[in-house]
Design a protein around this ligand. Structure first.
Ligand SMILES: [Fe+2]
Length: 149
């Protein structure tokens, strides 16, 4: 069975470019889950490579998203940038470990637990530190209150 992996509006951090990228990551994962779902037709011997390639592409999309987020953080002088950068690096390392393990096992299908692992990894990021960062971006783009001038 495919784990339900549709974008939910309450995951939005209310910054259009960030939300669009998060949504694209969720959709990329949903497509992988649909293609390599464990209840789909039996796996072909070539599909382990195809699955690992697809998961690696998702990793690369995420890495590029993290890079753009870090640029955005720099542009607003976000105070917690170092911590957020570290979190991005840890998430990428965690993902690389997972993919290496699956590659070693010759995994060619994603069962429910495997789909959930990748989904939780993405949601850790979207629903975690990004909330604080988004609040800082939104505050930085608002004009100062009268009393602050
Ligand atoms: Fe993000």
């Amino acid at each position: 069975m495919t784990v339900l992996m549709a974008w939910r509006d309450d995951w939005a951090v209310q910054i259009d470019e960030v939300d669009a990228e998060h949504r694209a990551l969720v959709e990329q994962l949903a497509a992988i889950c649909a293609r390599f779902d464990a209840t789909a037709r039996p796996a072909l011997s070539t599909e382990s490579r195809a699955l690992i390639d697809a998961l690696s592409e998702l990793g690369e999309s995420t890495r590029q998203h993290f890079k753009r987020e870090e640029e955005l953080m720099e542009s607003i002088g976000y105070a917690e940038i170092a911590a957020h950068r570290t979190e991005h690096a840890m998430l990428m390392a965690e993902y690389a470990d997972l993919i290496r393990q699956w590659q070693a096992e010759g995994l060619s299908r994603l069962d429910e637990a495997a789909q959930e692992s990748v989904r939780d990894w993405i949601l850790d990021h979207i629903l975690g530190a990004d909330r604080d960062f988004a609040q800082a971006v939104i505050s930085s783009s608002q004009p100062p209150e009268d009393g602050d001038r």
